[in-house]
Ligand binder design. Sequence first.
Ligand SMILES: Nc1ncnc2c1ncn2[C@@H]1O[C@H](COP(=O)(O)OP(=O)(O)OP(=O)(O)O)[C@@H](O)[C@H]1O
Ligand SMILES: [Mg+2]
Length: 320
Amino acid sequence: MALLEISNLTVTIPTPHGIVHAVNSADLCLDYGQTVALVGESGSGKSMTARSIMGLIPASGSIESGSIRFDGQELANLPEKELRLLRGNRIAMIFQEPMTSLNPVLKIGDQVMEPLLLHRRLDKQAARTEALELLQQVGIPSPEQRINDYPHQLSGGQRQRVMIAMALACNPQLLIADEPTTALDVTIQAQILELIDQLRRDKGLALLLITHDLGIVAQRADRVHVMYAGQIVETAATDQLLNNPLHPYTRGLLASLPENALPGQPLATIPGQPPRLDKPIIGCPFKDRCPDVKPVCFEQMPAELDKGNGHLVKCWNYLL
Ligand SMILES: Nc1ncnc2c1ncn2[C@@H]1O[C@H](COP(=O)(O)OP(=O)(O)OP(=O)(O)O)[C@@H](O)[C@H]1O
Ligand SMILES: [Mg+2]
């Protein structure tokens, strides 16, 4: 049994323009202690997938169908009270922008202590000692002084470190990192990713790493899921995906990595835009941007094909 098994997950959000299918029949599997990456362009449904696991989709939205099994327990449509017990406890999440998740009027020490007091029921003194220890572990210098700081007194990288300390406070089994470094400059990005990876190894966590950057994936993930327009279009072990990408979208993503640019040539990009998700998509969602498009791509969504060793792809090129 895997730690996390998402199957056939569909998440919808009604809007004035139509029903947004933010996640559409997605499957995702994560083993104990493994790092799995979820990659895709902005708006492809990565955060909504992560939020479904945490029971944090927008109030108007719903899990239309599918299953999310965590350590054998079904989470889809679990009552809020039970989800709250899991959240921040056995499953923790680091969000895209730490400023929106930290409380601006509370000292960072109090924020790191909160889950320790609430979930682990430590007394105040023990929680303070442990908070200092956690801040030390995530690389906050002089924690005894910084514990009294407010979030605005920290740099972006330090704020993200505090978020990581909070996420780890209850020894979760699963850590979801949703683009944990987008708001940071490149050097700090690398430091934060290294920190997350090191803590993951030390504590034996499983990590769901969400990013739009395949370069990050190459170094960190065991397996990759490529998401496009709410659907998982390709899944494989990381080296397989990078060395033998099958889906034209994955190939486009790889070609647009700066390290794959030819000297003197402009960076490759994928022309066009992803489709709107508030209208039904007929056929393959990538058809309008695909260099290998065929008439059938406009008619029907391709079925998922297993190309061996768990390398799964949804593309008509391999079915005809
Ligand atoms: N509150 C909402 N109401 C309606 N639609 C929404 C809402 N939140 C998100 N969506 C839509 O759901 C889709 C998936 O959004 P999601 O935030 O999961 O994308 P993402 O892959 O995380 O993108 P990014 O890389 O920009 O964070 C998007 O098309 C978005 O427009
Ligand atoms: Mg997102």
